[in-house]
Design a protein around this ligand. Structure first.
Ligand code: 0X9
Ligand code: ZN
Length: 412
């Protein structure tokens, strides 16, 4: 009784300390790298997850990265010591990282790839591109959001007599994965302005439907209120908000790696499949696409290429082809920055089991042959704005590799 009272008091104090004027500054929050005994690690993580809201934690191999509130530091230090674990401070004050990301938000010459922008600026960029390339690019509405926004994308379909295969790109479904909308607009820019004949050929080969931010409410909230926000912004209970839009699709909903607790900060699957207007409306848009040959989702930051199905280690249908196409895609990407991605493999094989995701629903309901999820690079969702172009070039080449190998195997 006394212990739980203390825990509740501590939790309340943690949230009060961190939020000023509705903006969560993450002042003095630390990124800890915790290493050591597996049993001790499980105990520590289990305890923290049960009793506190951890805004971020990620496990890679035997190391764990965690964002620790200043009030929690003594507790984590003590528990780690008792469990035979070592802790190392990677970032002393996470608010400094957020400041770097927000520096120089709008350049006088308009949109760029040396800064991160809020939704309206991203949408402004899409509108500009449709105006400057009226014959080939058109703004499309993929769906609606809880807060009344539209999910806007750019359809790039250069005029030809033939009907082209459709390639869909979904980005930013997780609000805090900022590198994904930035990389996606970079890719759009490459498709529309590159003088490289291979990229021009890539542009002309498909009817592209590209959505840089399919969770714009969440992204705006992450941009203006809470950098670590991942979900949508619907009201899910009397005091909690949002569902994980990559756990809300109607395929094996809530079976693996999803929470049924509306207050879960990370993976609440929603009250029912497609409870979120974002996933519901976007799924209708996708249902209406004839000739959908490819569905590509961009996430961050596990540096992997994932294949369907995310909650299974079984190899489905054209798995061998997907593996070959995915490997070529990664090889093309590697040429740019010598960066190695894990996979291609299912999430269940190399990350964790997760049901209710978009790629799996699309693959299952539309039997879309080319279905991929790219986990881009970064750490604790941070990627320096001055280096967005690195991942932009990498992804452009990855898409070229994907298309090249898929063509070789006769997919279009
Ligand atoms: O958990 C996720 O949704 C993805 N990882 S992330 O760290 N970006 O949150 C993995 C997605 C795997 N794909 C599907 N579940 N469809
Ligand atoms: Zn994600």
């Amino acid at each position: 009784m006394i212990v739980s009272y203390l825990i509740i008091t501590l939790c309340v104090q943690v949230s009060i300390a961190a939020v000023t004027d509705g903006y969560k500054s993450y002042k003095d929050y630390k990124i800890y790298e915790i290493e050591g005994d597996m049993f001790g690690m499980q105990k520590l993580m289990g305890y923290l997850q049960k009793n506190y809201e951890l805004p971020y934690h990620s496990r890679r191999g035997d190391k764990c990265l965690m964002l620790v509130a200043p009030d929690l530091v003594p507790l984590v230090d003590n528990m780690a010591k008792a469990g035979g674990l070592t802790t190392k401070t990677i970032v002393d004050d996470y608010s400094e990282i957020i400041k770097i990301e927000k520096a120089n938000p709008l350049r006088s010459d308009g949109f760029s790839w040396t800064a991160y922008y809020d939704v309206d600026d991203i949408y402004g960029y899409l509108n500009n591109m449709s105006k400057t390339h009226p014959d080939s690019a058109q703004v499309v509405v993929g769906g609606q959001t809880y807060e009344g926004r539209q999910i806007l994308g750019l359809r790039i379909n250069t005029p030809t007599r033939n009907i082209k295969p459709v390639m869909f790109i979904e980005s930013g479904i997780h609000a805090r994965e900022w590198i994904t909308p930035a990389t996606t607009t970079y890719f759009i820019n490459q498709l529309l302005t590159s003088e490289d004949p291979q990229i021009q050929n890539l542009r002309n080969s498909f009817d592209w439907h590209i959505f840089p931010t399919v969770n714009p409410d969440g992204y705006h909230y992450s941009y203006t209120r809470d950098r670590m926000w991942r979900k949508t912004r619907s009201k899910s209970s009397w005091r909690c908000y949002g569902a994980d839009p990559n756990r809300n699709w109607n395929y094996n909903w809530l079976k693996h790696g999803a929470s049924s607790n509306p207050c879960d900060y990370q993976t609440y699957g929603g009250s029912k499949p497609f409870s979120e207007i974002e996933t519901r409306s976007l799924s209708k848009y996708i249902t209406g696409l004839d000739n959908l040959v490819g569905y590509v989702a961009f996430h961050a930051d596990a540096q992997m290429l994932l294949l369907p199905y995310s909650d299974s280690t079984q190899h489905t249908g054209n798995y061998d082809d997907l593996k070959q196409i995915g490997q070529t895609s990664l090889d093309y990407g590697f040429e740019v920055n010598n960066e190695q991605y894990k996979g291609p493999a299912t999430a269940a094989e190399i990350l964790y089991k997760a049901s209710g995701g978009s790629m799996d629903w699309v693959r299952y309901t539309k039997n879309t042959p080319l279905a991929f999820t790219y986990e881009l690079r970064g750490r604790y969702f941070y990627w320096p704005p001055s280096r967005i172009h690195e991942q932009g070039d990498e992804v452009t080449q990855m898409m070229l590799g994907l298309a090249t190998e898929a063509a070789k195997l006769g997919y279009y």
